[in-house]
Design a protein around this ligand. Structure first.
Ligand SMILES: [Fe+2]
Length: 99
């Protein structure tokens, strides 16, 4: 594995770990407060984790031509999930007095 691949693998590995932790926290809160769109949100989380895991596997398998599609994926994630779906629950939690 080249130096660039090693860096990419490390970044993806950290991203998987962070994601599993962060999503787990979010999902725990949603269950605790009976968030109505929990199932839909959880599905998005599972799909994102599966995808980032898939990128990690590809890098580990020596495929380096994923950079552009990976950047596209991460942009989708940030724009669509965090700025979209995650925003939807902020008002819900705010009304419950959760910060
Ligand atoms: Fe989320």
């Amino acid at each position: 594995m080249g130096a660039q691949q090693a860096v990419l693998a490390e970044v993806l590995n950290e991203l998987v770990k962070y994601t599993v932790f962060h999503f787990g926290h979010e999902e725990g809160m949603m269950i605790q407060y009976a968030y109505p769109a929990y199932e839909k949100h959880k599905k998005e989380h599972d799909a994102l984790v599966a995808k980032v895991q898939d990128y990690y596997d590809q890098v580990m398998a020596g495929k380096t031509s994923i950079s552009l599609s990976l950047i596209g994926f991460l942009k989708d994630w940030l724009v669509n999930h965090i700025m979209g779906s995650d925003k939807e629950y902020r008002d819900f939690f705010a009304k419950k007095g959760v910060k």
